[in-house]
Design a protein around this ligand. Structure first.
Ligand SMILES: [Zn+2]
Length: 54
């Protein structure tokens, strides 16, 4: 199974992203987890993949 932590942008205006595995939410200064150098979720420790929202 896919054990990666899927991060979804829940607030594009404030660059807030949420981990769909553990519910951890981070407000980035700009952009998303990848652009901010995040590779692992601090909440569940899994590797982060980002889900683009339509
Ligand atoms: Zn997580």
């Amino acid at each position: 199974m896919d054990e990666k932590a899927v991060y979804t942008c829940v607030d594009q205006e404030h660059d807030a992203w949420r981990c769909r595995r553990c519910g951890y939410i981070e407000n980035f200064e700009a952009d998303g987890p990848e652009e901010n150098g995040w590779h692992f979720c601090p909440g569940c420790g899994r590797e982060i993949v980002t889900e683009e929202t339509a």
